[in-house]
Design a protein around this ligand. Structure first.
Ligand code: UDP
Length: 331
């Protein structure tokens, strides 16, 4: 299948592109390259520089590249930034997704896989979280994704679209080629490994949460397992909208992540305890029963130690991130 991957030069997108190529699909990357890395990309994969809000450009690329399905990932993702700059999140994430939908409708493309998030559950009443749990995001990032899910929910049936929203829990880890390197970095595992590499303390945001050790709990999923979920979603054929959680079902606290990183890296990793970060959820752990049952998804790397080890190995191989890797030309 010829698949447009918006945000395909980012951390998760680049791994999806790797998996698509491995499975014999032809991905075309559409990325503003504001955050993405061209050097992360596979040689031979076309990269189009463009903003998702530019509907005309999208229509042109969908036509010229004879695209059959879209994986729409391009979005702003930092929870903290969304609290201070909500307008930017609604503009990029909601208006951007409307533009992708408009371009698909104008070109007759019927299949969409949308990157959604566990952030739309807010502070869940019960764990693990099923797809039926109340949707009450406690930050503009989560709300922007929920708005798009709602728009797709209303649009899929009348337009005969097959839409799949994948609600990501916490993507982590690396493949041989691609790992996590955001600018600015806000995510726990890369920051912990950066602290380990530089023999600095790691900051813990909030030690007074109502959890066994006072720190927040997350369900970390290996980025390659998350990418696999997209390939399975591309195989769906029934028109309509379907949402799936993608997580392992294991919750780890920030302190447990730090402890595991100590074991992986052999570094002391002292902690610096700071107040809570605005917008953070207390605990998110996925029930992934639905995606396992309906799409046959099976995580290959569910173990936190192995996930952190893959990230650490990638970091050791690429101490300067993507800066020194061989780049490719943009199309
Ligand atoms: N966190 C932390 N120290 C850091 C980075 C993150 O304690 O240096 C915490 C953060 O406040 C949150 C959890 O780790 O409670 C997971 O944060 P991350 O940004 O990785 O993921 P998300 O907020 O999307 O769940």
């Amino acid at each position: 299948m010829r698949v447009l991957v918006t945000g395909g030069a980012g951390y998760i997108g680049s791994v999806i592109v790797e998996e698509l190529v491995g499975a014999g699909h032809t991905p075309v990357i559409y990325d503003s390259l504001v955050k993405g890395h061209t050097s992360a990309l596979l040689p031979g994969v076309l990269v189009v520089r463009g903003d998702v809000r530019d509907t005309g450009r999208l229509v042109q690329v969908l036509r010229e590249q004879q695209i059959e399905a879209v994986i729409h990932m391009a979005a702003l993702i930092e929870v903290g930034l969304s609290v201070t700059n909500p307008d930017r999140f609604f503009e990029n994430n909601v208006a951007g997704s409307m533009s992708v939908l408009r371009a698909m409708l104008d070109t007759g493309i019927k299949k969409l896989v949308f990157s959604s998030t566990a952030a739309l559950y807010g502070d869940p009443v019960t764990l693990p979280i099923t797809e039926e749990a109340p949707l009450q995001p406690n930050n503009p990032y989560g709300d922007s994704k929920l708005m798009v899910e709602r728009i797709l929910g209303w649009s899929a049936e009348p337009h005969g679209l097959t839409c799949t929203a994948l609600r990501y829990f916490n993507a982590a880890g690396a493949t041989e080629r691609n790992g996590e390197m955001h600018e600015p970095e806000t995510h726990l595992i890369p920051l912990v490994l950066q602290a380990a590499a530089e023999d600095r303390p790691v900051t813990i945001f909030g030690t007074d949460y109502p959890t066994p050790d006072g720190t927040t709990i997350r369900d970390y999923i290996h980025v390659a397992d998350l990418a696999q979920a997209h390939l399975l979603a591309l195989g769906r054929t029934e028109p309509g909208m379907r949402v799936y959680n993608v997580g392992n079902g294991n919750g780890y606290s920030v302190r447990q992540v730090v402890e595991t990183a100590r074991a992986v890296t052999g570094r002391a990793l002292p902690v610096d305890e700071q107040p809570r970060r605005p917008g953070d959820q207390v605990a998110t752990v996925a029930s992934s029963e639905r995606i396992r049952a309906e799409l046959g998804w099976q995580p290959r790397f569910p173990d936190l130690h192995a996930i952190i080890e893959s990230a650490w190995n990638w970091r050791q191989r690429h101490p300067h991130g993507y800066a020194n890797m061989t780049g490719i030309d943009e199309g």
